[in-house]
Design a protein around this ligand. Structure first.
Ligand SMILES: CC(C)(COP(=O)(O)OP(=O)(O)OC[C@H]1O[C@@H](n2cnc3c(N)ncnc32)[C@H](O)[C@@H]1OP(=O)(O)O)[C@@H](O)C(=O)NCCC(=O)NCCS
Length: 204
């Protein structure tokens, strides 16, 4: 099951497949022109607690409204992904240099049943949307995912109503592969979802 990012309020589960080489390559994080993508830290908690309770955050996610306790537990499990010897998932805090604090999270997770595929999930504090931060972060996660792991394909599932997320995936090079009608129930409403994916670039 994919649960978006935060998909959230269950702890990150250890799995057999691993992003160990990604973890080694970017163990203290990685920089893009405007962002630092780094392991999350306890100091991020008050910021996440502030934005994750807004409806804009969880509207299209398969979850109840987050509670402060649930957010705390999630952050602990996201931090723990960086301490595992063979992590199946890595969660990065998105921190713009000129903001100086977390504005969102992005994760990559190896599929449970197929170590040639990984999924991504992401969100931004609604105060920091519309600046291209998520595009910059997602492009970098896709780049390091292909560069430092054996995955051949990276995918994401999105509620069809989540036009911002669809646009983001398309800007980052994902193609819409299929529509999955009635794929998931979100707080009691049956919803249709798209599957997006991007393949490992061919070497030249
Ligand atoms: C999905 C989500 C991260 C997208 O956020 P976003 O702000 O639209 O994405 P970006 O940060 O890439 O910003 C893109 C916007 O900034 C604009 N922009 C400004 N400067 C830009 C730049 N340098 N590069 C790219 N875009 C830029 C783009 O034109 C675009 O604006 P538009 O939506 O008016 O066309 C956000 O909607 C979110 O957190 N939603 C809630 C959680 C969620 O649903 N997650 C996905 C679950 S599948």
């Amino acid at each position: 099951m994919n649960r978006g990012l935060f998909g959230f309020l269950g702890p990150v589960q250890p799995r057999s497949h691993s992003l160990r080489d990604v973890q080694r390559a970017v163990k203290d994080g990685v920089s893009t022109p405007r962002l630092r993508l780094r392991p999350p830290a306890l100091a991020d908690l008050p910021h996440i607690r502030r934005y994750a309770v807004r409806e804009a955050f969880y509207r299209y996610m398969d979850m109840e409204k987050p509670t402060p306790e649930g957010i705390g537990k999630y952050l602990e499990s996201a931090m723990a992904t960086w301490r595992r010897r063979r992590p199946a998932e890595l969660v990065f805090a998105i921190e713009p240099g000129d903001v100086g604090r977390i504005v969102g999270l992005i994760r990559i997770r190896i599929d449970e049943d197929d170590d040639r595929a990984a999924s991504v999930g992401f969100h931004l504090d609604s105060d920091f949307q519309g600046r291209g931060y998520a595009t910059e972060a997602l492009r970098e996660i896709v780049r390091i995912g292909f560069a430092h792991s054996g995955v051949a394909r990276i995918w994401a599932e999105v509620d069809t109503r989540n036009t911002q997320s669809c646009a983001l995936l398309e800007r980052a090079g994902f193609r819409r592969e299929k529509r999955m009608d009635g794929h998931r129930s979100i707080r009691g409403t049956v919803t249709d979802w798209y599957l997006y994916a991007v393949d490992r670039p061919r070497s030249r």
